[in-house]
Design a binder for this molecule. Structure first.
Ligand code: GLN
Length: 484
């Protein structure tokens, strides 16, 4: 059962081949069998999941099931879940039981999906390896000595190891696409504003966007269909109808124009990864697409601009964690100042502190114009590069990451090299565009992701382009040995 996709599982339940309760029990059993090793879950909600599965079974029997009804999923621990610990991977929120559901949580539960637990992540979503989590690193199911990527590494590892058919993630600079690539699954980051951020703990508000982890693009279409939509509780949510993401999945790719930015194939790209991307492009040519060379001239400025904008916004967002309103509080404070200082000093980990310091500096009087304002101007140039490219091409392709999964600890003491592992994903967040990573092959027995970027709100196109590739290839169907 665990090798079936979300779409297959839904069909199986509708046909009465198995119930959601049986499916949910199977997922819970795999979690207890394998998660001791992977560490992909922070919390497992067995009783709640079984109750939701039974309700889903009743709904299926009554004939009012949707495509997600009865489907178990793993929820990144950044989304608030009423009555369930919502830690954001931090000691700061280790004792936080959310009093309300995030909009995404609410929508998935209303669709009848079954939340089995909350997944491990880099602390406050800051990281590319899952090593900054208060709950310890997550292991990559393809090689337990390697990182699963981050920050949504728990959801990615859980889906890759076939513990659950689907998971949620958030992507501020690559946190869905990079772990999807390193774990060999399909990750989708929608257009900024497509999925509500209400109840999704904020890292960098102008970049954060919730999205999906699945094995296939067809499954992602179902998940996104349930998660997307306008939300008046999120002022940056876009009031625009949600497309039927499944409708165009099978449209032939004859005449598709794929842009290939020359900046993505230069120095720093691993040769094994480059070869996989070349082969994927050959496959797309066979499917009828034309490859067009393009240029995104400000690509080299995306990592520096991001590491001003994201820390600046995080320093502001994380000021609410003061030991008074939420989460961790230092013991026996001498006075108010001591309460603030020690609660934050003890409650946050090193990477979070590093970002708060950089961000506070970049926003401080006298430096605001030189750093934050300048970064916002660069951001506009990056966005304009993409918009210009989309006058010529339908989608843009390249590698998701410059190399395959690295070893645990390999970059832990070298923040700059860690930051550079997001070089191909970050510009997309700065431009607010939708993008996917899909499995495209292997290098040194480790998965490689193909990155596909679309114009604003072109999720249906992206899913179509990914789906046709997955019908012609079987990279997405490979599962890691030991979890088969
Ligand atoms: N790795 C990037 C960072 O550390 C992106 C994280 C994310 O997308 N949440 O900021």
């Amino acid at each position: 059962m665990h090798q079936k996709t979300l779409v297959e599982l839904s069909a199986g339940m509708l046909q009465g081949s198995f119930s959601s309760e049986e499916l949910t029990r199977a997922c819970l059993a795999r979690i207890s069998q394998y998660d001791g090793e992977l560490n992909s879950f922070v919390t497992v909600v067995e009783a709640q999941a079984l109750a939701a599965a039974k309700a889903a079974d009743a709904r299926i029997k009554a004939g009012n099931a949707g495509p997600l009804t009865g489907i178990p999923f793993a929820h990144k621990d950044i989304f608030c879940t009423r009555g369930v610990k919502t830690s954001c991977g931090s000691m700061m929120l280790d004792n936080f039981i959310s009093p309300y559901d995030a909009t995404v949580t609410e929508k998935l539960l209303e669709a009848g999906a079954v939340m089995v637990g909350k997944t491990n992540m880099d602390e406050f979503a800051m990281g590319s390896s899952n090593e900054t989590s208060f709950y310890g690193a997550v292991k990559n199911p393809w090689d337990a000595a390697r990182v699963p990527g981050g920050s949504s590494g728990g959801s990615a590892a859980a889906v890759a190891a076939r513990l659950v058919p689907a998971g949620t993630g958030t992507d501020t600079g690559g946190s869905i696409r990079q772990p999807a690539a390193l774990c060999g699954i399909t990750g989708l980051k929608p257009t900024y504003g497509r999925v509500s951020r209400y109840g999704m703990i904020a890292f960098a508000s102008s970049l954060d966007q919730g999205g999906t982890f699945t094995r296939t693009a067809a499954d992602a279409a179902v998940m996104l269909g349930a998660m997307a939509g306008f939300d008046r509780r999120d002022s940056t949510s876009v009031d625009r109808p949600v497309d039927d993401y499944r409708r165009d999945l099978d449209v032939p790719l004859q005449g598709l124009k794929i842009g290939l930015p020359k900046e993505y194939f230069g120095e720093g790209l691993d040769a094994g990864v480059a070869a996989v991307i070349e082969a994927a492009l050959t496959e797309y040519r066979k499917l009828g697409a034309t490859i067009i060379d393009i240029t995104l001239p400000h690509t080299h400025l995306s990592v520096p601009a991001y590491y001003v904008v994201a820390p600046a916004e995080c320093s502001s967002n994380l000021s609410r964690f003061d030991g008074v309103r939420f989460g961790y509080r230092a013991r026996d404070p001498k006075d108010l100042e001591d309460l603030y200082t020690r609660s934050r000093g003890e409650g946050f980990g090193d990477e979070v502190k590093r970002r708060i310091l950089i961000g506070t500096y970049a926003l401080s009087a006298g430096y605001y114009d030189a750093y934050y304002l300048q970064a916002q101007k660069v951001r506009r140039l990056i966005r304009d590069d993409f918009l210009q490219a989309f006058e010529q091409v339908d989608v843009i392709m390249g590698p998701t990451t410059p190399s395959v999964a690295f070893k645990l600890g390999e970059k832990a003491d070298d923040p700059v090299s860690m930051y550079l592992s997001d070089i191909y994903t970050i510009a997309v967040n700065l431009a607010g565009l939708p993008a996917m990573s899909i499995p495209a092959g292997f290098s040194a027995d480790l998965p490689v992701g193909l990155h596909i970027t679309g114009n604003h709100f072109a999720e249906a196109k992206l899913l179509n382009v990914a789906h046709r590739f997955q019908q012609a290839t079987d990279w997405h169907a490979r599962s890691p040995q030991g979890f088969a």
